[in-house]
Design a protein around this ligand. Structure first.
Ligand code: ATP
Ligand code: MG
Length: 598
């Protein structure tokens, strides 16, 4: 009752530990989850920012490419040189332009010089060649690098003439030539400030079909790849180009990514802002869209791998906590068990002490009061004193034996022991020490002489405890047989009696300390420790004791010790030659072994 109340008042510290650990684990998991959510969000924000920056960079690159020919190529040769007919100077610039700006299909030129060769049309440079212009003057002919494409050439010059009336310098036109949609860009070079007459026309053609099919892959290869997939460890991005009608021009279809930056650019091949006021005509606005998003595997795999890693880590820490908890619970259980065993032990011992002590004190009191008159009575009392004193000393002896057998620090003195010799000598000595006569302990010579590495004193003690029981519970028969043998891997010593036997229900308990069976009820001698001690001693030699018994007709106890095995749990520490060992005298280990294996 008290203990229950006590427990209610003071909760079990292990419960505290369990609760604390559970809270800690929950906290770990929760904090980690929050950290991961925050990480996800931050990663998304960072990726979005980087995607926007990348989109801006790519957009600038597109713009720079689209505006390039108007800025670099068309003004490359100045007015006076062109007016002087130096068309040969144009060709290298056109070549460079074609190389640098993949959207340009071909450049063209018209001047009085070309008019003489191909009246009413412009001459082309680059693109798929047509009729070469050749007047057999070879290298020195400034036009030998250009070619004619009459229908197209005429269309371009007509356009130029049409827009020259507006007296502006530039014109951009979107027209179909045949089946192909083209953007022309035309630059007019006027002879006078009033712009009434032009002496040359320069410009280029953009094939809009190739823009759709080949431009962006080419640009991607040349310029964008470095921006989108930098090899510096930053996350790679993918790119998509969508035209003004929503059709995907480049980059394939992508699953709607959570993170994506969009940026619009005009599909115009001239710098609108810079030259807009000087243009006779422009292209109607065509707004295409650039979509930049992190490559699926990059973003999600980075996040996923961080996530798995941290889940593993926290899982591991929770697991460690649980293991620690299990250890705590386990050791607490052990401590409880130990405390219970100790309490039981003390209770048993005091119980065993109670009877002799109270008998002795009663006898003492009677003697002190001088109430014992007759010599017979006195002799009876002296008998009681003698009997109880010997019972007390036997109890003390048993307890000491027991504590020695159970002491893990006990050192065993190991040596090769011939069990046949040991059994014979032990039985002899035991028979001599036996107080009650009329018992016959017979050692059967089976011819087996197994040798084991063991502490002879310990084996003797175990055997003596079995012999003691065989005599005690031998009933009327008074015949005990001891037999040494060898099985496949063990040496055995059997102690066989024809006594009262053991009830099957008791058989499992007889090795418990302080357990005394029903058969022991008539026999006051004993504390229920003999078998517990014997088992402890044999177990220290990696052996065991087995029992077979038929109630009413006897029992066989068998000590089994593995052949050639030492008592590994207990290293020999001190030399304590047993009492029986001294009786037995010196033994030749080598000889014994030879006999044992024979
Ligand atoms: P102690 O050996 O401590 O003096 P004990 O003999 O009662 O006391 P154990 O030797 O441990 O205790 O034996 C436990 C019980 O097993 C005995 O009380 C007895 O009931 C039973 N027992 C042991 N050996 C035999 C046997 N050979 N025949 C019948 N019963 C036995
Ligand atoms: Mg006993």
């Amino acid at each position: 009752m008290f203990t229950t109340l006590d427990r209610l008042k003071r909760p079990d510290p292990v419960i505290f530990a369990i609760v604390a650990l559970l809270c800690a684990s929950t906290l770990v998991v929760y904090l980690q989850h929050r950290a991961l959510v925050a990480l996800d969000r931050q990663t998304a924000v960072i990726l979005q920012k980087v995607a926007e920056q990348t989109a801006t960079a790519v957009n600038l690159e597109i713009r720079r490419t689209f505006d390039g020919p108007v800025f670099d190529v068309l003004p490359a040769v100045n007015h006076p040189l062109l007016a002087a007919g130096r068309l040969d100077l144009l060709a290298p610039h056109y070549a460079k332009g074609l190389n640098a700006y993949p959207h340009v299909e071909r450049f063209f030129v018209w001047s009085e010089l070309t008019e003489a060769v191909a009246p009413g049309e412009v001459l082309f440079y680059g693109g798929r060649g047509s009729t070469p212009v050749s007047r057999a003057e070879g290298e020195r002919d400034p036009l030998h690098l250009f070619y004619r494409d009459s229908p197209m050439g005429r269309r371009v010059l007509e356009t130029a003439r049409r827009y020259a009336k507006s007296q502006r310098i530039y014109a951009a036109v979107s027209e179909r030539i045949g089946q192909t949609p083209y953007d022309f860009f035309v630059r007019l070079l006027y002879t006078d400030a009033a712009r009434t007459r032009f002496f040359a026309v320069l410009g280029f053609l953009v094939n809009l079909d190739t823009v759709r099919t080949r431009l962006f892959p080419a640009l991607y290869e040349r310029q964008f790849a470095a921006l989108l997939d930098p090899r510096d460890g930053s996350p790679p991005f993918q790119m998509q180009v969508v035209d003004d009608t929503g059709r995907i021009v480049f980059g394939g279809r992508m699953a709607l990514p959570a993170v994506a930056a969009r940026s619009r650019f005009a599909l115009q091949f001239y710098p609108e802002e810079d030259i807009g006021p000087r243009m006779a005509s422009g292209i109607p606005s065509r707004q295409w869209t650039l979509v930049i998003s992190p490559r699926a595997q990059s973003a999600s795999s980075t996040i996923a791998s961080t996530r798995t890693q941290s889940y593993w880590l926290s899982g591991l820490s929770v697991l460690l906590m649980i293991v620690a908890l299990a250890f705590a619970v386990q050791s607490r259980k052990r401590a409880e068990q130990l405390a219970r065993v100790q309490a039981d032990f003390v209770a048993h011992v005091s119980h065993q002490l109670k009877t002799p002590v109270s008998l002795l004190s009663a006898v003492g009191e009677t003697l002190a009061l001088d109430r014992v008159r007759s010599p017979e009575k006195l002799a009876q009392y002296v008998d009681i004193v003698r009997g109880e004193t010997s019972r007390l000393s036997a109890l003390v002896e048993r307890i000491l034996e027991f504590s020695r057998a159970g002491d893990s620090r006990r050192g065993y003195e190991l040596e090769p022991v011939n069990l046949a010799v040991l059994a014979r000598e032990t039985v002899e000595a035991f028979g001599r020490a036996l107080s009650s006569n009329g018992y016959r302990i017979q050692v059967v010579d089976t011819g087996a002489a197994p040798v084991v590495v063991a502490d002879p004193a310990a084996i003797e003690q175990a055997l003596v405890n079995l012999l003691d029981n065989a005599i005690k519970y031998g009933g009327e028969s008074r015949e005990v047989t001891v037999q040494v043998g060898i099985t496949r891997s063990d040496a055995t010593i059997d102690v066989i009696d024809r006594g009262i036997g053991i009830d099957p229900g008791e058989r499992a308990r007889i090795f418990e300390r302080f357990y005394r069976g029903a058969g022991a009820a008539m026999n006051r001698r004993g504390f229920g420790l003999g078998l517990a001690i014997a088992q402890e001693l044999v177990a220290a030699h990696r052996g065991r004791i087995e029992v077979e018994s038929t109630p009413g007709s006897g029992s066989t106890f068998r000590i089994r010790i593995p052949l050639g095995h030492a008592a590994a749990e207990h290293e020999p520490r001190r030399i304590l030659p047993g009492f029986w060992a001294r009786l037995r005298g010196p033994r030749m280990a080598g000889e014994a072994r030879r006999r044992g294996t024979a």
